[in-house]
Design a protein around this ligand. Structure first.
Ligand code: GLV
Ligand code: MN
Ligand code: MN
Ligand code: MN
Length: 398
């Protein structure tokens, strides 16, 4: 093992147990819950050890500064700590741990930045607790109104403002203005690098994507006594919608997933009164995504009519196509001799890209699996990611 891979492993082991579910081996690190708060404390401690002052933006996003926070023209890096339910270890934390190690590498080499470097930890990137992904970066940029964010509730009924301890501050243009660019390092979430010689890639684009909630209401009734002909069963409408989403996505070369469902009253011997399914839809082009969502909506509406149920569809979040700064991507790809590839996964970098030149680095994932305990990356590849990020910071800030 190289020295850098050993240093990566030593730091990684400090957070590896936090929020890990012994049963699945995956992580339950929901934003602002105990495990994520422990990671935020760990982050503050790492910053303290390195003499990096930490600021908070009033929205739950943290920034550790190498250099003067007020100097401006800063290079921002970092990622998020929160996970999806039973998510992998790397999605998010890899970008933050790598950033601390990249600063260590540069310092050890005697490199001093002429511009400040900030390591960001964004809150609620996954939307696993409050439903809206990239909540922290959307608030910071003003893409989401603070009143709307404050009122978002988790499944226990706790709203975001309460979890945060105060109402979110919302847009912070004067803070955003201090950043010249953002580079987020992230584990690759598909198999694009798995069978190549490249441990690191540069992102070109993020597919447009969003979340739509399908609420289907029918009539709750007894499973044993209600004649089949008399039923108004929302589960049928829901099941049909899932199949329609799959079919419509395949027809278009797009991606559609229904990974979350809630059933009322959720009893084996009762016809449900209500079924809610969440459609996650993504495609390379915005028109394809729009066509996919409207086809699923139309088919579900027609099916609800036949089932005697009623359907409402609510857009919970939408992220337009993100084309990362081409000049910056080409520059980093040349610097690192790395391939350039698009992704279907959302990131805070996708939100910030509308406000400042933004790039992403992906670290090879040999399983190609993500949002699952099977997500992986080798220590050597993570070390390659740290080295790449250090070179990028040196290029942009030094
Ligand atoms: C976030 O990770 C997403 O792409 O859903
Ligand atoms: Mn994720
Ligand atoms: Mn992520
Ligand atoms: Mn993400």
């Amino acid at each position: 093992m190289t020295d850098l891979a050993a240093r990566f492993r030593a730091l990684w082991d400090e957070i590896a147990p936090v929020g890990r579910d012994a049963g699945s081996g995956g992580y339950l690190r929901y934003a602002l819950t105990e495990p994520e708060l422990r990671l935020r404390d760990w982050y503050r401690e790492q910053a303290r050890r390195r003499g990096l002052p930490v600021t908070e933006d009033g929205n739950g996003n943290l920034f550790a500064w190498w250099g003067d926070p007020d100097a401006g023209d800063a290079v921002l890096t970092g990622s998020h700590f929160d996970s999806v339910p039973h998510g992998g270890a790397y999605d998010g934390p890899l970008g933050i741990v790598s950033a601390f190690l990249a600063v260590d590498e540069l310092r050890a080499a005697g490199v001093a930045p002429v511009r400040p470097v900030a390591i960001g930890a964004f809150v609620e990137e996954e939307g696993a607790r409050f439903g809206v992904p990239c909540l922290g970066s959307r608030l910071l940029t003003g893409a989401l109104a603070p009143e709307r964010a404050a009122a978002l509730r988790d499944t226990d009924g706790i709203d975001f403002a309460t979890a945060l301890g105060h109402p979110p501050a919302g847009a912070r243009p004067e803070l955003l203005d201090r950043f010249r660019c953002f580079v987020e390092l992230h584990v690759e979430q598909g198999r694009a690098l798995a069978d190549t010689a490249a441990p690191v890639a540069v992102a070109s684009a993020i597919w447009p994507h969003g979340r739509w909630r399908f609420d289907v209401t029918g009539e709750g009734n007894h499973a044993g006594t209600t004649r089949m002909a008399d039923r108004r069963d929302p589960m049928l409408t829901y099941a049909f919608t899932v199949l329609a989403a799959n079919k419509e996505a395949r027809l278009r070369g797009a991606h559609a997933t229904v990974g979350r469902v809630s059933v009322e009253p959720n009893a084996t011997n009762a016809i449900p009164s209500r079924v809610t399914g969440w459609l996650d839809a993504r495609a390379a082009e915005p028109e394809t995504l729009a066509g996919l969502v409207s086809a699923v909506r139309d088919k579900a509406t027609e099916r609800a009519r036949r089932d005697g149920t009623s359907l409402t569809v609510t857009e919970e979040s939408a992220t337009p196509l993100v084309a990362f700064d081409g000049g910056l991507a080409d520059r980093l790809a040349a610097l690192l001799t790395a391939p350039v590839l698009p992704t279907g996964a959302g990131h805070d970098a996708g939100v910030l890209a509308a406000y400042l030149p933004t790039a992403m680095l992906f670290v090879r994932n040999p399983t190609g699996v993500s949002h699952s305990p099977a997500e992986s990356a080798t220590d050597e590849d993570c070390a390659a990611g740290v080295a790449a990020l250090a070179r990028v910071i040196e290029e942009l800030a030094c």
